[in-house]
Design a protein around this ligand. Structure first.
Ligand code: ATP
Length: 274
């Protein structure tokens, strides 16, 4: 694992109109204290920040790169679903490398919880829908897509994050909610990026230090426990009640006959009944 950077000097790259502007050791006070951010790349438009990040791994194998697209045209969700955004949304990916680490499956949950905690500064209504969607007022505010790959340098995890900052036009059709709707005022995307990076960084540090208690954090910041849910899995729907999250991130659910079962984050999608 690359160590923490001692100072708040990072590389900032602006990729605008096909021209790259690189600022080495930029005094980025807004990124102060982030141990897992080394470089921020700001792109005017990308099809998908996760796809771009994955291609970058071949040439610059760097832990701590942030790819921020001011506009993302073909964002992806889980299982080939689309993530929609416009020029008022925040879409970025983090590249992290883990030379030896056997808990990468928990990274999406740790990051989701970290982001929800950090974004409380904008609204204390924000909650996590297991495993890692950010919700408020019955709709999704942010989504996280983690993808991993392995090469000779270790395991790479690309954490793609989409946050509805000020968007409104596309919200109704998606049942989406924006931070602007929650706060009542438009927010600068950079301010939300800084908070989200702080949250992701904090979540990852807690996980790496063994300090993250998923059960307690989901009790506190989850919106799904002790509620009726529908579990979607490969075309089948199963009603259940969400009971608790185990320390390793799996969800304990109770079926209609009172039987308990344990489900993994990557095998089901959790929905709420209409
Ligand atoms: P899961 O709970 O399994 O993650 P999901 O339906 O929330 O299921 P994701 O992969 O997280 O799936 O996100 C993609 C889905 O989110 C899309 O199918 C669409 O319904 C919805 N969606 C797409 N863009 C947005 C957005 N900007 N805001 C809110 N919801 C969105």
């Amino acid at each position: 694992m690359s160590g923490s950077l001692p100072l708040n000097y990072k590389t900032v790259i602006l990729a605008m109109q096909g021209v790259w502007y690189k600022m080495e050791n930029a005094p980025t006070s807004f990124l102060m204290g982030l141990s897992h951010v080394r470089e921020v790349q700001i792109h005017q438009s990308l099809p998908s920040t996760n796809t771009y990040a994955k291609e970058l791994l071949n040439s610059a194998n760097d832990h701590g790169t942030v790819i921020w697209a001011l506009e993302q045209t073909h964002g992806r969700g889980r299982l080939g679903r689309a993530w929609l955004s416009d020029s008022t949304s925040l879409t970025f990916s983090l590249i992290w490398r883990f030379p030896n680490y056997d808990k990468t499956a928990l990274i999406p949950l740790a990051v989701g919880l970290g982001i929800v905690q950090a974004l409380q500064i904008f609204s204390d209504e924000l909650r996590v829908k297991w495993p890692n969607d950010v919700w408020a007022k019955g709709g999704k505010v942010a989504g996280i897509l983690c993808e991993s790959c392995r090469n000779e340098q270790g395991i790479w995890v690309i954490v793609g994050i989409g946050i509805n900052v000020n968007q409104s036009a596309i919200n109704a059709s998606l049942g989406a909610v924006s931070l602007e709707e929650l706060t009542g005022c438009p927010l600068p995307r950079l301010a939300v990026l800084i908070e989200a990076l702080q949250g992701a960084d904090h979540g990852l540090n807690r996980l790496l230090n063994g300090e993250l208690d998923l059960s307690t954090d989901f009790e506190r910041y989850g919106n799904f426990l002790h509620r009726r849910i529908i579990l979607h899995s490969q075309g089948s729907l199963r009603p259940a009640i969400a009971r608790r999250v185990l320390p390793d991130g799996r969800l304990v659910v109770e079926d209609e006959a009172g039987g308990l079962a344990v489900v993994m984050p990557d095998e089901v999608s959790l929905r709420f009944p209409e």
